[in-house]
Write a protein that binds this ligand. Sequence first.
Ligand code: NAD
Length: 462
Amino acid sequence: MKAQDGMYIDGAWRPAAGADTIEVVNPVDEQVIGRVPAGTPEDVDTAVRAARAAFPGWAATPPAERAAKLTALRDVLVARKDEIAETVTAELGSPLPFSQTVHAGVPIAVAGSYAELAATYPFEEKVGNSTVYQEPVGVVGAITPWNYPLHQIVAKVAPALAAGCTVVLKPAEDTPLTAQLFAEAVAEAGVPAGVFNLVTGLGPVAGQALAEHPDVDLVSFTGSTAVGKRIGATAGAAVKRVALELGGKSANVILPSADLAKAVNVGVANVMSNSGQTCSAWTRMLVHTARYDEAVELAAAAAAKYGDRIGPVVSAKQQARVRSYIEKGVAEGARLVAGGPESPRDQGYFVSPTVFADVTPDVTIAQEEIFGPVLSIIRYEDEEDAVRIANGTVYGLAGAVWGDDEAEAVAFARRLDTGQVDINGGRFNPLAPFGGYKQSGVGRELGSHGLSEYLQTKSLQF
Ligand code: NAD
């Protein structure tokens, strides 16, 4: 797709207030593929004013009509799915088949789910002598990362629009073309002017201006824990609603009774998928000491099969960051059994699929989010030990449990301090609430739980 040289504000592409631009780079060949405007606080202010002006009309639009616009938006995403996949591949570097099924496919499913929820959600209920209304919170400032560029936009904008909120989006600087394509889709779907607005720009400039804007009622942020903490503090000081989807260091717990080969192979695939740039990835594999060596062998073989087919990571900065973690793993005494810090190609931001064995629970690579194709395999002695290790990080976003007896796996999963657990390879469910315990975040996305983040409650007594 061709980059737009303006901001999508109040239903039209408008010139940015400043002249600065951001280069978009293809991580496979390091070539510049486009330039987008670097928004300023002035652009953010114009967009927030447009969203504020559009709010009363959109909030008063009957849910069935909002649902119809979301259905139209879903249909445009379906019609443009090949273009979406190609754009994500160009700016994120993910292999095209993955972009087609996941980066384009999942947002279509999520947009469709909110079209249905907008039409069926009980925005009004009777509680004794009261009528309780669920009303939209107001103007939403949405700040998204690059790792699932369209999914993270749709997971915020679709429920916000379903709820009757209006939105200003500041997407990640690495993947703004996908965000521009989404804005085009919103326009094509006939969503009224000002209901959705896009300001591209740098995080500490445009992102910060949006998070601090006094006329934004709710900030919904996905990204690093460091930035999330700042945004949470800013929102707290202004007594404004905030939703934070932050990092993860999830555990894949393989109980002694599990089908080991399946659990290891699915676990490795989970970590390597999207080049490891998934906040909910199961980056710590916990294996009972009796089956540890066998699991390490299986994981090393599985990782070696991927080679450079997983695609690069998003940027030179991210590549350097991941490689420094791999070097740190070696320095801290973990045993490299696949991959390593050297790039498998001369060009592009590639990182070898990497597996560490003999990782102890407290070392850096077992505690910090690496956000690259790096798996740590940790040994446990008994169930209590496994629970302690699994829960022994500041994060709690996702996880997995494998066991021959489903009830045993479920009982174990209930002891994990984490927001989502897949049992024996359970499938992704776009309606299941997604979000973190502990420092993985505040609030939930997806399904009706995701919708309620954008609603506030009013009760009338009779
Ligand atoms: P980041 O937190 O810096 O960026 C995420 C978004 O926040 C981007 O749109 C960015 O422009 C914006 N932003 C940055 N600074 C801001 C500020 N001061 N005020 C307001 N907005 C700001 O994350 P990143 O640089 O894209 O990635 C760094 C690390 O974050 C990754 O390596 C990974 O560990 C983590 N991450 C997590 C997720 C997730 O889904 N949980 C997604 C992407 C990255």
